[in-house]
Design a binder for this molecule. Structure first.
Ligand code: SAM
Length: 181
């Protein structure tokens, strides 16, 4: 998460329009809300009411709800619901910590959302994806996302796969996409 925030913090500026594709308990949403400031806009997606309620509560407590719109919708609909320009998007895949472990992000929806986000992204914009190969279904999804990143032509984006080399292979990883101008 801290590495994801580092990649976002380096690029996201006050006034930007950004997406949290998986709000969960709202930590990434809050980070984005602080980065874009009161003149920016964060659109947050989640399919679980619990997650959206936790996110709303955190943003309210931290005084950042004014710049955030929360959608009870699958991120598959990202391209339809996001009004460009899009400066950055974060995906934190897997299941809601402390929630139902059967509700997980799924490759088909994740890839559809990534496609949509990449299309709307401004040149220089970033997509950051936290991958969790350690849970049931997580490896399949992680491989699918890395393969998705790998098929983007180098002239269209720089794509990094950040993976620790001194920890087990099911340790969380990051995919970072930066669209070229
Ligand atoms: C790992 S959690 C996100 C953690 C969160 N970013 C945080 O900072 O607390 C993954 C979230 O993705 C959500 N999710 C699963 N499938 C989804 C979908 N198709 N569209 C949007 N959110 C989805 C789950 O409900 C869960 O809350």
């Amino acid at each position: 998460v801290s590495l994801a925030h580092l990649f976002l913090g380096e690029r996201v500026r006050p006034g930007d329009r950004v997406v949290d594709a998986t709000c969960g308990r709202g930590r990434d949403t809050l980070r984005l809300a602080r980065l874009v400031g009161p003149t920016g806009r964060v659109l947050g997606f989640d399919i679980q009411e619990d997650a959206l309620a936790a996110t709303r509560e955190l943003l309210e407590r931290e005084g950042c709800l004014d710049r955030v719109e929360l959608m009870a919708a699958s991120h598959e609909r990202l391209a339809e619901l996001v009004v460009p320009p899009l400066h950055a998007a974060v995906f934190n895949l897997g299941y809601l910590p402390g929630g139902d472990r059967n509700v997980i992000t799924r490759p088909a929806a994740t890839l559809a959302a990534l496609d949509g986000a990449f299309r709307l992204l401004v040149p220089g914009g970033r997509i950051v994806v936290a991958l969790y190969p350690g849970h049931d279904g997580g490896l399949e999804e992680s491989l699918a996302v890395v393969a998705w990143g790998g098929q983007i032509p180098a002239r269209a984006a720089a794509v990094w796969h950040c993976t620790p080399v001194n920890r087990p292979p099911d340790t969380p990883q990051l995919l970072v996409v930066e669209k070229r101008g």
